[in-house]
Design a protein around this ligand. Structure first.
Ligand SMILES: O=P(O)(O)OC[C@H]1O[C@](O)(CO)[C@@H](O)[C@@H]1O
Length: 431
């Protein structure tokens, strides 16, 4: 099993009767997904992407990545939302917390801060640099500004050679970025029309920068492909993604409107952010949706623990844990035992961390917080691919169960329009 939903902390809150009552809705939503008949069905390209990705495109992507690995110390990924969160998520989870060499992947275009870009340019000074600019629409302001500044910097630094160091991932035919890529002769990759930003991590959007970072993208895709197969079962009891979605909706209907996504692994920080966009942008519409929040324990037990235990009761938790002890770090014996820790000698940090999780879960259940426990055997490319696909499938199901289109984001437009008006963009003059 590449992922298990352990029900031991939820059984006291949600009974089988409530799950059974959702079974027909789940099969109806399953049909919407697999027969492509639901709202937003034109954005279901991610569903069979892992098993169907074009082999020659994957090989070209790996070749491009290899070339960049040979010429760059740093790859700057320029993109926002779904155009960078997946890369950051996988990178955080799979790569060491501290840079041990190899190509470093850094990010730009997620904000409009001059300070950030200035700091980045200072950091890049004296290093060999490559850019991967990623925008499905090609018109998003934040990455467009960052690309203009970094592209100028690259041209000044490398002249003609900059062309070889810039790779574009965007729409096949439309948008400003496609035009720029074609005119400048940059190597480019296509973000499929039928896959929205937040579902795009397994397309060139995530695969190219991850391959440059040295991650085995084939194993990532393999894990996702396994999930694609395993999670194609139509019934609630045979499909962990659907079960997770059903629990979320039952809890939401009962007033648990905030989901706290938690793990005891700091490397999950990027997955937290990716997961929040996935669920927030997919479900938060028409006045509905579970509010997605996230924490990393045990760090955040010392800041948010009090609220979780004892604050306003509208929370449920989804706890992701990793079963295998991969680091095998033990607590050493100390003759003097001044810190009193000798009682932990021979225990690994993994065991202590597992006990911290058990202790937290028991306390939170006691405090009235339902917990969905997701257990993943280990942290590697394969299981990460599985996990990503699991959440995408669960999210589509969950959104359909709540009656919204999982694949649009009409609300995001409001601030964009206002900003264009305020800045005086041609065509957006104030009324
Ligand atoms: O890749 P693009 O088109 O620049 O969009 C980036 C992100 O912006 C959004 O459209 C929201 O503004 C997200 O849905 C998307 O992931």
């Amino acid at each position: 099993m590449a992922l298990t939903l352990n029900r031991k902390y939820i059984e006291g809150f949600v009974g089988q009767v409530e799950l059974d009552a959702l079974a027909d809705f789940v099969s109806a939503a399953h049909k919407k997904i697999h027969n492509k008949t639901g709202a937003g069905a034109e954005f279901l390209g991610w569903l069979d992407w892992p098993s169907g990705m074009d082999a020659s495109e994957l090989a070209r992507l790996e070749e491009t990545a290899l070339k960049l690995r040979e010429t760059a110390d740093v790859l700057v990924v320029i993109g926002i939302g779904g155009s960078y969160l997946g890369t950051k998520a996988v990178q955080d989870l799979l790569q060491p917390a501290f840079n041990l060499g190899g190509v470093e992947v850094v990010f730009a275009g997620q904000n409009i801060s001059g300070r950030y870009l200035d700091d980045l340019l200072m950091y890049l000074e004296g290093k060999e640099v490559a850019l991967n600019v990623i925008s499905k629409s090609g018109t998003t302001t934040e990455p467009a500004i960052a690309f203009r500044i970094l592209r100028n910097w690259m041209m000044e630094k490398y002249g003609e050679e900059a062309t070889e160091r810039i790779v574009v991932s965007t729409d096949e035919a439309a948008g400003a970025l496609r035009k720029t890529a074609d005119e400048a002769g940059y190597t480019s990759f296509v973000i499929p029309d039928d896959i929205g930003g937040r579902y795009s991590v397994l397309t060139p959007v995530g695969l190219l920068p991850l391959a440059v970072a040295g991650i085995d993208v084939r194993a990532l895709l393999k894990g996702a492909e396994e999930a694609e197969k395993a999670l194609s079962a139509s019934s609630l009891e045979d499909n962990a993604a659907y079960l997770y979605a059903a629990y979320r909706q039952i809890l939401n209907m009962r007033g648990y409107s905030v989901e706290v996504f938690a793990s005891f692994e700091p490397a999950m920080a990027g997955i937290n952010e990716w997961w929040k966009q996935l669920f927030g942008e997919s479900e938060g519409k028409q006045g509905k949706g579970v509010f997605p929040a996230s924490v990393i324990y045990s760090t955040d037990l010392h800041s948010m623990g009090q609220y979780l235990q004892d604050g306003r009761r509208m929370l449920f938790e989804t706890m992701v844990s990793f079963v295998e002890d991969q680091a095998k770090m033990e607590i050493p014996f100390d003759d003097e035992n001044g810190d009193g820790l000798n009682y932990l000698v021979d225990k690994s940090l993994h065991e202590v961390n597992q006990q911290a999780m058990e202790a937290t879960a028991m306390a939170h259940v006691e405090g009235g917080v339902p917990i969905l426990a997701l257990e993943v055997p280990k942290i590697d490319e394969y299981h990460t691919g599985y996990l990503l696909y699991f959440f995408m499938k669960a999210c589509a199901m969950s959104a359909y169960l709540s009656g919204v289109n999982p694949f649009d984001q009409p609300g995001v437009e409001q601030y964009k329009q206002n900003m264009f008006e305020l800045l005086g963009k041609p065509g957006y003059e104030k009324k």
